[in-house]
Design a protein around this ligand. Sequence first.
Ligand SMILES: [Fe+2]
Length: 421
Amino acid sequence: MRSLERDPAEATSMIDLIQPLANRLDTLFAEPLFRILLLAAILLAHFGLRLTFYNRLNSMGWKRATIKRIEKIAFAETWITPFVLGWIFFHPILSWLRGEARLEVLPVGVLAYAAFCLVMGGLFGFLWLLWRPIWKIQHVSAKRDVQVHDVSKQTGLTLARTRKCRWAAKLPMNQIFEMAVEQIELPVVGLPEKLDGYKIAHLSDIHLTGQVAPDFTAHAVSIATDWSPDLIALTGDIVDKQPCVAWLHGLFSPARAKDGCYFVLGNHDTRVSDPDVVRDRMTDAGWIDVGGKIETVSLRSLECQLLGNEWPWFTRPNDPFISDESIDFRLCLSHSPDQFDWCRRNGVDLMLAGHTHGGQGQLPLAGPILSPSWHGSRWASGDFYRSPTTLHVSRGLSGVHLLRIRCRPELSLITLRCPGS
Ligand SMILES: [Fe+2]
């Protein structure tokens, strides 16, 4: 164990910086209870910063294998660092907690790391608190009628195809098979009057892995089609496993919408041997691939643009089109909500996205924590507005993780409304 006496030769400018701060904290947190709270805050910040890193890492367009490798190293480091530091410096920390020693009994490197956690954890913690759904900052107030379908009971089918899935489905509070069919009246700033009442069925994050029976997706497609929408939109992560590519035609060919069914791909669609085969199978099933494209379409006789943004895993349109004033309405299908600013820069009126799965789980009041986005859990799910774009983020229908807590799979049936109508 390291000597508690510090060698004077170690004196550095960092010590000059850290020790006065440590002395100030010693004075401020003189009571053992306050010291315990300070230690808890440092630990909370340590874990919070790793979560912040995890969310950003998964928003990158890097290869999945690379991200998973970094994730494993980061996960190990998350637990090893506090455990090793706690083990090596157990007695000095205990003495400090009891008020028998000052913080300077710890090496300057440990103090610097604790200060880093407090400062950066405080900064990211503040931003995390700021974007909690309960504050409704930049949220759109949309009328919602939610019906929960216990798909297994309604179809009479066994949805779990594997032992792992059967086991997961039985976990208390797990909602993987409780589909929330949400009829949303969504006010869209800039919506032409002619499009008031326009109906879009929005599906996202199908994640055909083979764990869940395709009947779950078929149920969603059937409800979407029965609703008689003007348009059906699918925002990526369609298939994870190669054998499930064979399911695509049977699952998606029954979909019908007056102005067509459109799709983009997501990051999980890179897991099959050739994502272009997914595009081909979807196209064969009657769907229109807008990935990386701009389609000019006539919606209720208005000239509109449909944009497909698959960035950063595939492509996004790069033609400058905002100056085209003949366009009455722009709708963008994007896998990731991180493209919100891109949509805003390019004059998109309505953006539909998925990818974040609503956080896969939501805490009471605090909402989601895990969310593979550069903005963390800020856009994990829901309806948002930042001029000139309205954004709807779906929680998606499934996922590779067979667990959803307070975060039901979502099928959105969106009716567009002129604000105030
Ligand atoms: Fe997904």
